[in-house]
Design a protein around this ligand. Structure first.
Ligand SMILES: O=C(O)/C=C/c1cccc(O)c1
Length: 534
């Protein structure tokens, strides 16, 4: 599709100022793309919902420019435990304090605090405008013309024309309806009660997430902050638990004597669902976050999936809008993100089945509980190894099976601390927002040509002053060099001893641009380049 050059009011309209929408706005701003974010509410929704992020997604927040602020509100977690009905540990999936991405593998946080951090960053960013109290009532695109967004506020109805619209408007997304997408049901639907508490009472607590695998009363418990805790229970009836019931429910963790310091911040009933939209794009309208996928919370990946969406789409959209890359590049958003999101949802559903005994709780009790952790095929290995697999093969993820380095393609590169000019920094902060080549060998002329074509700096890993991790990563992956996309996914490799990138023919035309990047785009740290070959 080609987009007519009819004048628009703003390059990108984002529907919804939740964490996904605001992160997308910040990521676009870093590439110089202006956005208007439209939000129904006037302020941050005050109650907690998402509570966890993995280390890969902390890199997204880092790219959005809020890493330090987030670190100040995040609490590392030790992992995930599966307990039986008597709270005996059946399985433990430990999470390191420093993962390959340079962050704790699991971090807990309070969603309103995260939203405040993101909104503050947005307020400091001139390319982003947040309009609160604005309800979007229509999103339409005629052929290749601009996307027309109709919205209402106290002043009446308004029309905004945009080059692209990101629907980050949650589970009941109007944008999803507008593009004619429907839910595919991934077969999990259960009513759970979520209770958020602040207390200074002693709580029997492991610094991680506990899943109680008891088909009669499955539950989740976790510590979120210094004095903040969350319980989730699947209760046999739909009535909200009163104080007496609550006392009995939380008794395994805390002794609640009447009048004790135990403030229930929120008691809400949710239907946990597993769903994925059957399409994520129509023309220049895209779905992100809960508008595109819903997952039960049992592996803490709901918000993570939405932030991955934002990271995946924004660099591509900026390349199309600002540098004239082909529209086909945008199709790789859905083709890359949808299978990944589906995999993670299926893992969460499998965890739910391990906790609840599947659709037949009574049978699960009969089979005996101790097998719960291993009953669901593949669950233990998947949860232990990596909740977020590499991307499946596609135009930007070209694996040459059997060739060295193919195992690296589609996955993130690690993020060690590196040195430049005596300064220590995280790798991504030095790389900036462009493509980059990490190499363990002197670059060949063809490698240089590829790097030049993408405006990618060539960085010899031996000069980066890390702890040797990048060289080990290339060697263990049997690659001499790796080509990183702006979202730090490995797009291509030079196999060990191979001399050339192997997948250029697949991605080159998709990434071809007709205009240069704007000067506002963050580029590689110059001091780093001085120590390299370019
Ligand atoms: O696997 C982990 O480290 C964390 C899992 C998690 C996080 C938040 C909520 C959950 O029910 C599970």
């Amino acid at each position: 599709m080609t987009v007519e050059h009819t004048s628009t009011d703003v390059p990108v309209v984002i529907v919804g100022a939740g964490p996904v929408g605001v992160t997308a706005a910040l990521l676009l701003a870093r590439r110089g793309v202006r956005t208007v974010v439209l939000e129904r509410h006037h302020d941050v929704y005050p109650l907690p919902r998402a509570v966890a992020t993995d280390d890969e997604v902390r890199r997204v927040l880092q790219a959005a420019g809020v890493q330090e602020e987030f670190a100040a509100i995040a609490r590392p977690a030790r992992g995930l435990r599966l307990l039986d009905a008597r709270h005996r540990v059946m399985a433990e999936f430990p999470r390191a304090a420093q993962g390959a991405h340079g962050f704790p593998q699991t971090s807990m946080f309070d969603q309103p605090e995260l939203e405040r951090v993101l909104r503050d960053a947005l307020a400091r960013t001139p390319q982003c405008e947040l309009r609160g109290g604005v309800e979007v009532v229509g999103v339409e695109q005629d052929g290749a013309g601009p996307v027309r967004v109709t919205c209402r506020d106290d002043g009446g109805e308004h029309l905004l024309r945009a080059d692209a619209v990101l629907g980050c408007d949650g589970a009941n997304s109007l944008t999803r309806d507008a593009i004619g997408a429907t839910w595919e049901d991934l077969r999990f639907e259960e009513r759970w009660t979520v209770i958020d508490v602040r207390t200074t009472l002693p709580v029997r607590c492991w610094e991680g997430v506990e899943q109680i695998c008891d088909p009669r009363r499955p539950a989740t418990f976790m510590r979120i902050g210094e004095d903040r805790y969350r319980w989730e229970f699947r209760l046999p009836d739909d009535a909200e638990p009163g104080l007496e019931r609550l006392r009995e429910l939380v008794a395994p963790w805390v002794d609640l004597t009447y009048g004790a310091d135990f403030e229930v911040l929120r008691k809400a009933q949710y239907t946990f669902r597993a769903r994925i939209a059957d399409r994520w794009q129509r023309g220049r309208v895209f779905l992100l976050g809960d508008a595109a996928h819903l997952t039960p919370p049992f592996i803490g990946q709901g918000l993570c999936a939405g932030l991955r969406d934002a990271y995946n789409l924004t660099w591509k959209l900026a390349r199309v809008l600002q540098q004239g890359a082909e529209e086909r590049l945008l199709e790789t958003y859905e083709s890359e993100r949808r299978p990944h999101a589906r995999h993670v949802i299926r893992l969460a559903v499998a965890m739910g089945w391990a906790m609840t005994g599947g659709q037949d709780g009574a049978a699960a009790v009969r089979r005996g509980l101790l097998g719960a952790a291993v009953r669901v095929p593949g669950l233990s290995t998947a949860v232990a190894r990596d909740l977020s697999p590499g991307l499946t093969a596609g135009p930007l993820v070209r694996r040459r099976i059997g060739r060295g380095g193919s195992g690296l393609v589609g996955g993130f590169c690690p993020q060690p601390w590196v040195s430049a000019d005596g300064r220590r920094a995280r790798l991504d902060d030095l790389l900036g927002d462009s493509f980059a080549v990490l190499t363990a060998v002197p670059p060949s002329p063809s490698l240089r040509a590829v790097a030049d074509g993408l405006g990618a700096p060539i960085l010899p890993v031996a000069d980066l002053g890390d702890d040797g991790r990048l060289a080990d990563w290339l060697r263990e992956g049997r690659a001499d060099a790796a080509l990183l996309r702006p979202d730090r996914i490995v797009m291509d490799v030079v196999p060990a001893g191979g001399g050339e990138f192997t997948g250029t023919a697949g991605w080159a035309s998709l990434l071809h641009t007709t205009r240069s990047p704007l000067p506002s785009q963050r580029t590689v740290d110059k001091s780093l380049l001085r120590s390299t070959t370019r």
